[in-house]
Design a protein around this ligand. Sequence first.
Ligand SMILES: NC(=O)C1=CN([C@@H]2O[C@H](COP(=O)(O)OP(=O)(O)OC[C@H]3O[C@@H](n4cnc5c(N)ncnc54)[C@H](O)[C@@H]3O)[C@@H](O)[C@H]2O)C=CC1
Ligand SMILES: CC(C)CC(=O)C(=O)O
Ligand SMILES: [Mg+2]
Length: 371
Amino acid sequence: MKLKIAVLSGDGIGPEVTQQAIKVLNAIADKYNHTFEYEKAVVGAIAIDETGNPLPDETLKICADSNAILFGAIGDPKYDNNPSAKVRPEQGLLKLRKSLGLFANIRPLNTYDSLIHKSNLKEEVIKGTDFVIYRELTSGIYFGEKKLSEDGTIASDLCTYTAEEIDRISHLAFKAAQVRRKKLTLVDKANVLESSRLWRKRVTEISKEYSDVKLEFLFVDNAAMQIILNPTQFDVILTENMFGDILSDEASVISGSIGLLASASIGKHAAMFEPIHGSYPQAKGKNIANPLAAVLSAAMLLDHFELYDEAENVRSAVEKSIELNISTPDLNSTNHFSTTNVGNFLRDFILDDENTFYNKNNIDLGQSTII
Ligand SMILES: NC(=O)C1=CN([C@@H]2O[C@H](COP(=O)(O)OP(=O)(O)OC[C@H]3O[C@@H](n4cnc5c(N)ncnc54)[C@H](O)[C@@H]3O)[C@@H](O)[C@H]2O)C=CC1
Ligand SMILES: CC(C)CC(=O)C(=O)O
Ligand SMILES: [Mg+2]
């Protein structure tokens, strides 16, 4: 297969982790005889520095002309610490999602046997967790009208949803539940918010078309608690933009690190693959960020083009790296490996086996080595 992939690595650790995802995609292309062509484009703080615009037209054009987009992360402390900045990196990402119509953000979450004992949460609580969050991505409060009074003392952000916006992602989420464990939990705040009541009404209506799927409702405050107390109860979680953003960061604690959580942002005519984490500026340039979220997002890209064996190969390599503790410091506090070397391991494992990596780097199995 031939694919044109736009690469928007962005800010902070974005370029470091995206580089490993490309390394892995290149190994897959070599092994399975595919051609992946990459075209780089700027977004976020780096784009503001270069052009004054967090999403230059040229970037949008490159994305629109590609089969898929590989996205790293955006954000920089110089904007985070300046609430008055009018032009911000995050606007680039939001505009990109909106312009390409990427209305569904799919965030899978599972545990790894070799990490469970390291979790901050009890093994018996998290073992077997396997759910996916369907987060609405192009509407809600992140896209509503923003107002600041002239004297700067009153601010507001409007949360709006239309029936159409709710319906299109709901159908995707129900379809996902049908091929999973047939349970869908709508997370909202329908006891308070009018927009949430519309979600409940539409989703209840749509559920009649998916009678094999059990529909449950949960208020978001309770959902935040249940995700930690009893995460195995969930199969598909469907929710609006901001709730999905927040709950998925919380849920990443179950897996062991936010550096493991991948996502696919899907629209009618475009698809983007992005880790759920941000630009982790404290780690920029240190070669310590976990690249697995970016790599697993690349696996979701392969799935999207029905390259299922290839995607499975990437996931096996990731599992092997975790099992062998070839991991960055977020997962391996003692003998950690660099971002680059985790990527090298995955590449070597895909193209050959784990021994290649050990031999190339002169590592004895079981030896304590930091590289
Ligand atoms: N999709 C995106 O591009 C997103 C961008 N942001 C932006 O990123 C910047 C930093 O925001 P934060 O709230 O600090 O969120 P963040 O996700 O960048 O980092 C939060 C914490 O998560 C951990 N972490 C994140 N990525 C990791 C990785 N790959 N490996 C290991 N540990 C990792 C680190 O402990 C870090 O301190 C801000 O400018 C924010 O606006 C935040 C979230 C999403
Ligand atoms: C930085 C925001 C625009 C989005 C975000 O936090 C996310 O998509 O996870
Ligand atoms: Mg987020």
